[in-house]
Design a protein around this ligand. Sequence first.
Ligand code: FES
Length: 175
Amino acid sequence: MVTQQDDNRRDFLILATSAVGAVGVAGAVWPFIRSWSPSADVLAQATTEVNLSNIQEGQMITVPWQGKPVFILHRSPDQIAAAKKDDAETMRQPEKDADRVKDEKWLVVLALCTHLGCVPQPVGTGDYGGFLCPCHGSHYDTSGRIRKGPAPENLPVPHHEFKDANTLVIGKAVG
Ligand code: FES
């Protein structure tokens, strides 16, 4: 059952998202990074629920999860096609696009560059139409895969589920 409190929490998250989106660009280093390469256990813990209904095709938002920013991109057909087409390319960390998304319309990735942890710029930046980290020039594609620059790995995909057509849950409740 969805309570008023849940609604308020969701509204807060969207507002928080807008705020992070406004200030989270330009290569800022997320302040709460303790270490890079979070373990699978850490990626699975705690949840953030996000209302997807206002994110138009081609748009993305940034939400906080476990003190870290997460990009949620509502991919357009062109962005999906570009990611799938490049499955055949040589990659630094080979992963098929289909293995990185639960629903091809939605890309959910940790928004911390795998080089030194800067927050990449929003979708549509860089040489591959995905996310550019301007700190040292790492280019990620529309699947969040590293394609150029010093970053060693793809943007990690946190555990996530679609509760319904308009509700994304990032992380997994434990206990
Ligand atoms: S931190 Fe992103 S390229 Fe160095």
